[in-house]
Ligand binder design. Structure first.
Ligand code: NAD
Length: 475
């Protein structure tokens, strides 16, 4: 009996030794034992662990990267309900159904199959171009999709053979850290590899800047608004910048009006209009303007009148400060449900209302500002050319996303050329530009000012050429 008790005590002591002070598993076997399945207290420790993870990953066959990608996709799919709920509880923005959907669609992000190898053979020999990793990549994630961005980036970066160190948005750090722990644990169980994703437990602007400056970090990739985009572009490292947008929609007299209304609601209401690609303002031509407004309720829209729009505008924005032209967005309204925005102005809207909308002129701050809430302003235009002109003005040259609803090929082409946006969607919701109901692949980081476009595994690789000089041809 005594011997049995002693054996049990020993097992318990062994288990406790493997448990951290907070009851979570330590990164067992890690060269950097102060990590908690990839969650670190300092930038130096997180980068050192990611460097170690990179060296070990480099020794493994590419087929291990396939297993790792599958671990991330399986986890995001099977735990989407729980993780989506945790993200919503922590950030307080967006919609539960769409938080869950954003994790489930991680399965559509391309992985190792996207890598390629180019070869040229000729009289002088054979030259092979391969796509090699950079090493440790510094990553900044937004609050609007904390874990989905991290998971999507991890798939692209690890497929390319890299590891990453993440400075999450402080208001979405708990879910980003919990997702990192779970993903790293799944990867460890499948491959024995650790710290392919590392993350800061207490991220700040200072830790972001430390990552930007760190010698162990080879390149940076940031996803966020204008301030972080500017900070990354000023850093001395190569930066892949997925910056802000303010996507306009033009609707002309040849459009399928019902499809236009449905598309504006599908894209503009998704996760309460948090997506950087989501429809933010509509410029519709006079001849179909009223018909378009009247089509919106059939798809979950609720029209506000002038005084209701005025009330909401006063709550959503403060006047410009310090000589700036920009109204100041009230972050308390960002990502709230349409019914909550309506309640704030004393209105009760029918169940199933996804999006509020109404007529404004272009001076209403909802037009030039990226509101990230489910109210979309509609501006009446003389003709399609005026709509395109206003769309260009209010996209501010971000070069992010624009949409048109038209059957006139010439008008569509003129707008495509004028806007010069990274995503340009014709006759569908913005999400079609990311392969959701349109063709193409998905990513949660669309590199706009730096030009890489919808990021994928090749975005995070270096081209390396190997030339063999000889008579190698078999023909
Ligand atoms: P945000 O700019 O407030 O924060 C983004 C991240 O940058 C956070 O981690 C934040 O802590 C950090 N940050 C902010 N200022 C910084 C600075 N000066 N130095 C270093 N780090 C800094 O944005 P958000 O509210 O989290 O996300 C919404 C914004 O992100 C919108 O503008 C949206 O359009 C954009 N976005 C773009 C894409 C894309 O793929 N292009 C995707 C998602 C979101």
């Amino acid at each position: 009996m005594q011997a049995t008790e002693q054996a049990i005590r020993q097992v318990v002591q062994e288990v406790l030794a493997q448990l951290g002070s907070n009851g979570r598993m330590n990164g067992s076997g890690s060269a950097h034992g102060n990590g908690d399945w990839g969650v670190f207290q300092t930038v130096d420790d997180a980068v050192a662990a990611a460097e170690d993870g990179f060296r070990k990953l480099a020794e493994r066959p590419v087929s291990d990267r396939v297993k790792i990608v599958q671990c991330i996709k399986d986890l995001c799919t099977s735990q989407a309900e729980e993780l989506g709920r945790l993200e919503l509880e922590e950030t307080g923005i967006g919609r539960l159904d769409h938080k869950i959907q954003k994790l489930k669609i991680i399965a559509l992000v391309p992985g190792v199959e996207f890598l390629k190898c180019d070869a040229v053979s000729g009289d002088h020999g054979l030259t092979v171009t391969e796509y090699a990793p950079f090493g440790v990549i510094g990553k900044i994630t937004p609050v609007t999709h904390s874990l989905p961005t991290l998971a999507s980036n991890a798939i692209s970066m690890i497929s390319g053979g890299n590891t990453l160190v993440c400075n999450p948005h402080p208001s979405g750090r708990l879910i980003a850290c919990e997702g990192t722990r779970r993903i790293n644990r799944a990867i460890y169980e499948a491959t024995g590899l650790e710290n392919l994703i590392t993350i800061l437990d207490n991220p700040t602007i200072e830790t972001a800047n430390e990552i930007f400056e760190h010698r162990g970090v080879r390149i940076i990739c940031v996803t966020g608004g204008p301030f972080v985009a500017r900070a990354a572009m000023q850093s001395r490292k190569r930066a892949i910048v997925a910056g802000p947008g303010n996507p306009p929609v033009v609707v002309d007299e040849t459009a399928d009006i019902d499809n236009a209304a449905r598309s504006i609601i599908t894209g503009g209401a998704f996760d309460n209009n948090l997506l950087c690609i989501g429809e933010k303002e509509v410029f519709a031509v006079e001849s179909i303007f009223d018909e378009l407004l009247n089509a919106m309720p059939r798809h979950g829209g609720y029209q506000l009148n002038c005084s209701q729009i005025d009330q909401l505008t006063k709550l959503a924005f403060d006047p410009p400060k310090d000589g700036s032209d920009h109204h100041v967005l009230n972050r308390d309204l960002v990502g709230k449900d349409a019914s909550v925005l309506a309640e704030m102005i004393g209105l009760s809207v029918p169940a199933g209302t996804d999006l509020l909308y109404g007529e404004t002129d272009e001076s209403n701050p909802f037009v030039p500002e990226e509101q990230m809430m489910p109210f979309v302003p509609f501006v009446r235009c003389r003709d399609a050319m005026q709509g395109i002109e206003l769309a260009k003005k209010h996209e501010h040259g971000f070069g992010h996303t624009s949409m048109i609803h038209s059957r006139n090929v010439r008008t569509m082409t003129i707008m495509g050329r004028e806007m010069n946006t990274t995503l340009y969607v014709k006759n569908g919701p913005s999400s079609a530009g990311l392969g959701l109901g349109g063709e193409g692949y998905l990513s949660f980081s669309i590199a706009t000012p730096t030009g890489e476009g919808v990021t994928n595994p090749l975005t995070f690789t270096r081209q390396r050429r190997c030339a063999m000089v000889d008579e190698l041809r078999i023909i």
